[in-house]
Ligand binder design. Structure first.
Ligand code: PSV
Ligand code: MN
Length: 404
């Protein structure tokens, strides 16, 4: 049952929450600290990170205050401009700022050569170039001791009849297999999907089924990455999560929220129950199997309007709350209600857990770890934002550009 308002939470529930929090870590995206925008333009922020060092510094702040973000995802083109040559510098930054490099993201969408695709480009030499970039990204991951190489392809087409979809599928299969062959035994390839954007007629890896087939074809260390913003309206995300778990093919998440398309809104800001249901499927799976699911939780958000560090602290805090709520579902009772098709009783276990106020318990856990009970408040009173605003604003405001 949910703890009633004002009453102290029973200690068995507090223990469940604390045990769940011990296991929950979420990765920050380096690009969430830099100035980014929409296709109509950017609203520049005076405190945005302008260098890789500043991204590490900001991510380090979020980790220092929340204690649950020990890694930062890197985009090769943006964060390792010299490729392998940038590794030692990035490695040092990780040590200096207390956050290690996390998933390595090759970039197949920004260079002019990728206008008609990367792994799916009809030009063999472009496909080879995209493959060499993948090889280099895997090597970067090895040098930085990163397990996951996270692949998102913008490949697709805008007009019917202009792309040979079967041919492109074959090229993807071949190059993903070849990429897999470059992995060290403990590394993974994560294959992300997205139904549209930047292509608006067809996208080569449009949904989880396509990503699953390609990952299976690539090899046993390839898994699917679910970006919560990359679905059609009304897609039942927790169901596909349950299917991927049952196939041992769920590699990780890019969390963000959306209302219309890939909106990059703050996780849980539109539909927190959706995130709760995803976490629930994972925790229910773990309870049934008696072992942890090996899933990487990552944030993929870059805020144009909200302050970047505050937005990230807010996201991490919400993620932690929704995970803690999901940990409160009574799995034994739920399983028995499901088996007897006692529908209202079964559903109520989710509703009870979701409506429980887990925040006091999370504050207790933070205090027990020597972390600030309220990370947002601690950030606001730390003076960090004022300091970086002073240091960075001239550089940031010089970067104003127009859309066209
Ligand atoms: C594409 O929309 C995506 O979700 C991919 O994960 C990219 O790496 C990321 O956004 C940043 O552009
Ligand atoms: Mn993503």
């Amino acid at each position: 049952m949910s703890a009633s308002i004002g009453a102290r939470m029973p200690s068995n529930l507090t223990d469940k929450i604390h045990a769940a929090l011990e296991t929950f870590r979420i990765e920050l995206p380096s690009w969430g600290f830099a100035n980014t925008g929409t296709r109509f333009g950017k609203f520049l922020q005076p405190a945005a990170a302008t260098t890789v060092e500043e991204k590490f510094s900001d991510a380090g702040q979020v980790h220092a205050l929340t204690g649950i973000c020990p890694t930062v995802a890197l985009h090769v083109l943006w964060d390792l401009p010299e490729g392998i040559g940038s590794c030692s510098e990035v490695d040092k930054l990780g040590t200096r700022y207390g956050v290690r490099p996390g998933a390595i993201n090759p970039n197949y969408f920004q260079d002019q050569i990728y206008k008609y695709g990367s792994f799916g480009n009809p030009d063999e030499s472009v496909r080879q170039q995209a493959f060499r970039h993948t090889e280099e990204s895997i090597e970067i991951a090895k040098r930085l001791h990163c397990r996951d190489i996270s692949l998102w392809f913008a490949d697709g087409s805008n007009y019917p009849g202009t792309a040979n979809m079967r041919r492109r599928k074959a090229w993807f299969t071949e190059l993903l297999e070849a990429s897999h062959a470059r992995l060290a035994p403990d590394q993974r390839l994560l294959v992300e999907y997205k139904p549209f954007e930047p292509a608006f007629y067809h996208t080569d890896i449009a949904d989880w089924g396509m990503a699953l087939l390609l990952a299976k074809a690539a090899g046993p260390q390839a898994k699917v990455l679910v970006d919560t913003g990359h679905h059609y309206q009304a897609q039942n995300i927790e169901q596909l999560v349950a299917w991927l778990l049952s196939e041992n093919m769920l590699g990780g998440f890019h969390f963000n929220d959306r209302r219309y398309a890939d909106d990059d809104l703050t996780m849980g800001s539109i539909d927190p129950y959706q995130v709760f249901r995803i976490f629930h499927e994972i925790l229910f799976f773990e309870w049934e199997n008696g072992s942890r699911a090996d899933v990487a939780y990552m944030i993929d958000q870059s805020h144009n309007l909200k302050g970047k560090i505050e937005a990230m602290i807010q996201t991490v805090t919400v993620a932690q709350e929704l995970f803690a709520k999901a940990a409160l579902v009574d799995h034994e009772q739920l399983a028995s209600a499901q088996a007897k098709a006692e529908l209202v009783r079964a559903e109520s276990y989710l509703q009870d857990a979701f409506s429980t106020d887990v925040r006091p318990s999370i504050r207790e856990w933070r205090a027990s770890k020597g972390l600030p009970e309220d990370p947002m408040q601690a950030f606001r009173s730390s003076g960090y934002l004022e300091k970086i605003t002073r240091e960075r604003s001239a550089k940031n405001m010089a970067g104003i550009t127009s859309y066209a």
